[in-house]
Design a protein around this ligand. Structure first.
Ligand code: HEC
Ligand code: HEC
Length: 301
């Protein structure tokens, strides 16, 4: 009997030691990733001052979803608070916060590269979606935020929990360190001219790919809690995608959050408040682009 208890004690001890060892390894490797530095290729941006450009900046900030994480006043906001995953908060970007010290190059590194001014990777700043943002859109965006009234709210410190680190190492939290997934030396591509074209739609659709996937076929959204519904398939697949939708159906979904059968989209997960503010040309461009995609069954990628 005593022998059995001793054996049990030893195996529980071994399991604990193994668990601690694994956790230690996860912390070591993820901390190493957090300490890596990058030197992105930069472009000299000159910021506009005119009201048309500032209004353009406001529109870009809305349709690109910056306010989801940085707050509608850009004064910062916690967007994930979970003991296991971690606490993630967009910092205050107004002149009352980080905006007071960020240079134009700091802005560019952050938005297009996910890199902090000291070269370290930013956490949960989705630069992958903004890497191809045009010089014009980015300059308008920076000028707009710089002109906002300063907000007096301290930025909340970020903490990456054990689950967050583990998912990151398993490749299941692609937004955690987007700097790792970008080529920082690639020259910046010219953005397509704005208009209701498939090319411009592709430019806008980078903001949808974070949830709908790089191939837009939907499926579970990486790193989201289990209660999140899978993202819809936006390819022209007739079974699981938008194969039987018309452009008018697409407009109704993005503006009013309704499907062709009248059912409502879950706006807590699908950002209808954001897509509702897109212009007619922007929605047409997205539709034209989605029509060029190969019909793919849901969740392929
Ligand atoms: C998914 C949430 C999310 C979205 C969307 C997002 N950000 Fe961020 N952003 C963050 C987080 C979190 C940080 C801080 C990361 C850190 O400190 O490691 C950050 C950092 C930044 C920084 C760097 C601040 C500094 O102190 O160096 C800038 C600039 C920035 N974001 C601008 C933007 C702009 C502009 C947009 C829209 C085009 C945007 N962000 C969209 C989450 C987000
Ligand atoms: C934050 C994640 C997220 C982003 C960003 C996002 N979506 Fe969605 N989308 C979803 C989810 C989740 C659903 C499914 C909602 C439901 O089942 O009620 C959805 C559903 C849809 C639908 C309905 C399709 C159907 O068959 O029911 C359309 C259309 C759509 N999204 C288009 C877009 C477009 C276009 C963009 C980019 C401008 C975009 N989404 C950005 C998460 C997102």
């Amino acid at each position: 009997m005593i022998f059995l208890f001793r054996m049990l004690g030893i195996s529980i001890g071994l399991l604990l030691a193994l668990g601690l060892f694994l956790l230690g390894t996860v912390y070591l490797i993820s901390s190493y990733h957090l300490r890596q530095t990058y030197t992105p290729h930069t472009v000299n941006l000159s910021l506009p001052e005119d009201s048309v450009a500032l209004e353009r900046g406001r529109h870009v900030a809305t349709i690109r979803g910056c306010t989801d994480c940085h707050g509608s006043d850009f004064g910062g906001r916690i967007f994930i608070e979970d003991p296991m995953l971690g606490r993630f908060a967009g910092p205050n970007l107004t002149r009352g916060g980080r905006g007071a010290v960020l240079t134009v190059t700091d802005w560019e590194w952050a938005v297009r590269h996910g890199v902090r001014h000291d070269g370290r990777p930013l956490r949960f700043m989705p630069a992958l979606e903004y890497h191809q943002l045009s010089d014009e859109d980015l300059a308008a965006l920076i000028a707009f935020v710089q002109h906002l009234p300063p907000v007096d709210r301290p930025s909340v410190p970020i903490r990456i929990g054990p689950l967050g680190r583990m998912l990151h190492l398993m490749g299941n939290l692609p937004l955690l360190l987007t700097a790792r997934r970008l080529d920082h030396n690639a020259p910046h591509l010219e953005a397509p001219p704005s208009g209701p074209t498939a090319a411009y739609g592709a430019y806008l659709a980078t903001s949808c790919s974070g949830c709908h996937g790089p191939g837009f076929s939907g499926g579970p959204i990486p790193g989201t809690p289990p209660e999140w519904p899978p993202a819809a398939n936006l390819t022209p697949d007739p079974e699981t995608g938008l194969g039987n939708w018309t452009e008018a159906d697409f407009f109704r979904a993005l503006r009013e959050g309704r499907r062709p059968d009248g059912s409502t989209l879950n706006a807590q997960y699908m950002p209808v408040q954001l897509t509702a503010q897109m212009t007619d040309d922007e929605i047409r461009a997205l539709w034209a682009f989605l029509q060029t995609l190969p019909a793919t069954p849901r969740g392929n990628h």
